[in-house]
Design a protein around this ligand. Structure first.
Ligand SMILES: [Zn+2]
Length: 225
């Protein structure tokens, strides 16, 4: 039963959510096709999956699904695979000489687990200490969203956000904590509705105990407006 053991191996790897590298593994020919060409292929593939499962795609409710899913994959939930969609790297000079950490917390994360293609939903908290350069606050949300819009593992997402901000801000002093629910854990497999996964990446000064503590204290503040 070769196929059975193949499926078992894949299950074991996926449920352990092993991540192999901080770079999203891309093919060399990833951008040879246009987005429109990708959508046409994915549309046929989704149709094939649904028909294989026995669904009648002539039904009014289902007939638009393959095209809808193809558009959603390419333009939305996996749109962050396209480097053209990366938020621009515009920064500003830190004119007011603010030298403490800046924390952008409770950034909504909608991502997709690359082992099961099910949603990851949670919050990211991002911080940096300026060394002369600052970014607009919404830039931090946009960077989180860009890397979230890929098939992901949460560890890699956390590292990619930190690396990008380090590059944009030209400093090592960047940190990110993500607390998220994985629907592959919550809705299937072990079906643990309550559990969530916390990942963190601390660069530069954030590796120091006091700076890390300050950041973690800020993100635990119960903000009510
Ligand atoms: Zn998963």
């Amino acid at each position: 039963m070769r196929i059975d053991s193949e499926f078992n191996d894949i299950d074991a790897l996926g449920d352990d959510h092993v991540s192999s590298s901080s770079e999203t593994p891309m093919r060399d020919d990833a951008f040879k096709l246009t987005n429109k060409e990708k959508m046409d292929i994915i549309k046929d593939d989704v149709r094939h999956i649904l028909e294989t499962l026995g669904l009648d795609l002539t039904d009014d409710s289902l007939k638009g699904t393959p095209r809808r899913v193809a558009k959603m994959f390419v333009n939305e939930i996996f749109g962050g695979l396209d480097p053209a969609k990366k938020p621009s790297a515009s920064t500003f000079e830190n004119k007011y000489k603010y030298g403490e950490m800046l924390v952008e917390k409770n950034i909504t994360v909608y991502s997709t687990c690359e082992h099961h293609l099910l949603p990851i939903v949670g919050k990211a908290h991002v911080a940096y200490i300026s060394n002369g350069t600052v970014v607009g606050l919404s830039k931090m949300n946009r960077i989180v969203d860009y890397f979230a819009k890929r098939p992901q593992v949460q560890e890699r997402l956390t590292i990619q956000i930190v690396k990008e901000l380090q590059k944009v801000l030209n400093t090592e002093d960047v940190a990110c904590v993500i607390d998220a629910k994985h629907l592959c854990v919550n809705s299937r497999g072990i079906r643990d509705i309550e559990s969530s996964t916390v990942t963190s990446e601390f660069g530069g000064k954030f590796k120091e105990k006091e700076t890390k503590r300050e950041f973690l204290d800020y993100i635990q503040l119960d903000t009510k407006f």
